[in-house]
Design a protein around this ligand. Sequence first.
Ligand code: UT7
Length: 309
Amino acid sequence: VPEPVLTNDDISKLVDTNDQWIRDRTGIRERRIARENEFPSTLGVEAAVKALQVANLAPTELDLIICTSSSPEYIFPATACIIQDQIGATKAGAFDLQAACTGFIFAVNMAAQAIRSGSIKNALVVGTEVLSRFVNWKDRGTCILFGDGAGAFVLQASDIPGGIMSAVMHSDGSGADTLTLPGGGSHFPASELTIHEGKHFVHMDGKEVFRFATRVMGRAVLEALEQVKMTTDDIHCIIPHQANYRIIETAAKYLKMPLEKFVINVDRYGNTSTASIPIATVEAIQNGRLKSGDKVVFVGFGGGLTWGA
Ligand code: UT7
């Protein structure tokens, strides 16, 4: 994550809000904001290099790089290609996958399937965000939520049982308008009007997304478990997309699981979209909460609408 911290008190100087409201409704206390010279590729490269070190793998051994971002560097080329160049992954094919905040789950599944098919051996999956540049800092309904950061996984072919055991991916495009960044694409190409109308910012129907998220999260966890004939009792912990503490709380109730079984760091980083699951995973490993052999469910939801586990 980038170093600069933006607290709730800082935001209360920009819009009509306060620390208490933000903590009560979201669980967020602070988030990180990228410096001017930091981009999704900058943060993504840092995460990628660290992941390769942990995996003890040379970048030239990578066959595939999937980057997923809700705040990509450009419409094209893919942020994945910029990362590929900067880490020196000369052999790897690289592309971006767009599934909003669910991107990391979809990307990990796609990389795992490519490995399982036998066509590749080593893959890098990066979730990276500088969403702060797409947030309307005059809209208190959204600017309190998002933060910047990146995370990365290396996936490798292996005979050891385990790895990505199951996955579910879901979409419902009928909810496309619920969470969107409409400006700058070919539907609303950049113009004075699109800028005037704020189309280059994140637009969200918060209540609707909240309802959707609480409806799908628990179900997706159970679907992923059913595929491998497991129950919530078999898993060590759940690492959910970090959007709102209350959404995670509702999922825990639905699943009849204690909240302690959920890895939660939304208080310190806000919603880092595609980066939230890998950041939370790395923290769980670093603080000893997650060990080799533990069974984990990742679960996420977001624009599209998309959700998966
Ligand atoms: O990756 C997926 C990304 N998105 C999400 O996960 C978002 C899901 N949605 C949410 O997390 C919640 O809907 C929010 C946190 C965005 C909003 O919380 P809420 O409990 O749904 O609040 P609300 O929109 O129903 O607003 C309640 C009241 C309203 O005032 P009135 O009409 O009751 O007088 C709002 O105007 O709170 C007001 N309000 C605020 N007050 C202080 C809305 N935003 C703020 C704010 N500070 N930042």
